[in-house]
Ligand binder design. Structure first.
Ligand code: LMR
Length: 398
């Protein structure tokens, strides 16, 4: 059996992390994976998370099974956080959610659901998209196609290309995977008016929207980051929405996410949720509980909630500050490239547009590690590494 297994490439983000760990140099900077680091380079546990954990430790009386769909309180809160408590689709009873094993678990469960009803369906992803989107969808047997998204010339959005593709090439019933905010890997987001145009095409052509929301609150704010998503959800008959609490609660290793379903009617929602439960049961049976309890606890407790929002605001502001500082330091080094992309892009990531040779040069000569495609984690910049990073980037950009 095992002799037939061919060697295969490791996930590019994970491979780069291993290369960073193996690098013996003292002066090295890790801008690879999407985790938030404070100015001391720590990936902190948020205060509200600590508070919720302390509370859970005191009050928890059993470790018995919770169930296939996970924590019921969380499953009520997830769509409310994403769509807003007073969203018409929620009020109409058209929305349901299950807890998943992180955002990736939500993506996989969603893809399995799609494959169970439309085997081999086509999923359109942005060019480029998160490194794991394609393997997850392909593992579920879905077909991948790409719509234009990033424009290399100005490191911005090729909206004309994107909308033309959706209008002319994507077929009715095809699935369109959109990033709700803080696009990974580019940091280039759709503006509210562009979400409106896309919504119109999706509705007119009968496309199936599938949204990935992994960074709510890391861009402009908890509500601001999902303005476009909420507009879309208010106009489409059906939608799948994968979300993650890894980043906005900093609970990466707890693997806590959700899959929200928007059905045409409460009657249609029932069978979809039953199918989802069957998908989960045959896969990992039930999700873990700890992270879900923390999120539900924080959401339900006004004091913890206020503290979480305050800390998330600090996180967001530090990321924005690092963008400003990186731009300023590159300008000071007289880089001739238009640097507005550094501050225009949103969220944890910035797409430098570096060629593979430039990525390799800054890694080899400066010990600065980023994803292979030139994506950097802005949230890993700090007052102690930003000058060195600016030196390396300026050398690459000159
Ligand atoms: C990232 O893109 O860096 C994160 O979402 C972590 C991961 O699993 O790739």
């Amino acid at each position: 059996m095992f002799a037939e297994i061919e060697p295969r490439a490791v996930d590019p983000i994970m491979a780069m992390m291993a290369a960073f760990r193996a690098d013996p140099r003292e002066l090295k900077v890790d801008l690879i994976v999407g985790v938030y680091k404070d100015d001391e380079g720590r990936v902190p546990v948020m205060r509200a998370v600590k508070g919720a954990e302390a509370k859970t430790l005191k009050t928890e009386e059993t470790k018995t099974y919770v169930g296939i769909a996970g924590d019921a309180e969380l499953n009520k809160r997830t769509p409310e956080m994403l769509l807003g408590v007073d969203h018409p689709a929620i009020a109409a009873g058209r929305v349901g959610a299950v807890q998943t094993v992180g955002g990736s678990g939500a993506l996989r469960v969603a893809c399995d659901l799609i494959a169970s009803t439309r085997p081999g369906a086509t999923v359109w992803v942005s060019k480029p998209t998160w490194a794991n989107h394609v393997p997850v969808a392909q593992a579920a047997g879905l077909t991948i196609k790409e719509y234009p998204y990033f424009r290399a010339s100005d490191r911005g959005l090729d909206f004309d290309g994107m909308i033309a593709c959706l209008r002319d090439e994507v077929q009715p019933g095809d699935v369109v995977l959109l990033h709700a905010c803080c696009h990974n890997p580019t940091g280039v987001d759709l503006k509210p008016a562009q979400w409106e145009e896309i919504t119109k095409v999706i509705v007119d052509k009968g496309l199936f929207p599938f949204v990935d929301c992994a960074y709510q609150g890391l861009g402009k704010g908890m509500d601001e980051d999902v303005t476009g998503l909420r507009h879309l959800a208010a106009h489409v008959p059906q939608m799948l929405l994968a979300s993650s609490f890894s980043k906005n609660f900093g609970i990466y290793r707890e693997r806590t996410g959700g899959l929200t379903v928007l059905a045409e009617s409460p009657e249609q929602l029932g069978p979809v949720m039953a199918q989802l439960n069957a998908t989960i049961r045959s896969n990992y049976s039930m999700p873990p509980n700890h992270g879900a309890r923390i999120v539900a606890e924080v959401m339900a407790d006004p004091e913890l909630h206020a503290d979480w929002i305050a800390e998330l605001t600090e996180v967001r502001e530090r990321i924005a500050k690092m963008r400003q500082e990186l731009r300023q330091k590159l300008e000071e080094r007289q880089v001739t490239v238009d640097l507005s992309f550094v501050t225009d892009q949103v969220g944890m990531f910035s797409y430098t547009g570096f060629t593979p040779e430039q990525v390799q040069m800054v890694r080899e000569e400066y010990g600065i590690y980023m994803a292979k495609d030139g994506r950097i984690n802005i949230a890993a910049l700090s007052s102690s590494n930003i000058d060195h990073v600016a030196d390396g980037f300026a050398a690459a950009l000159r």
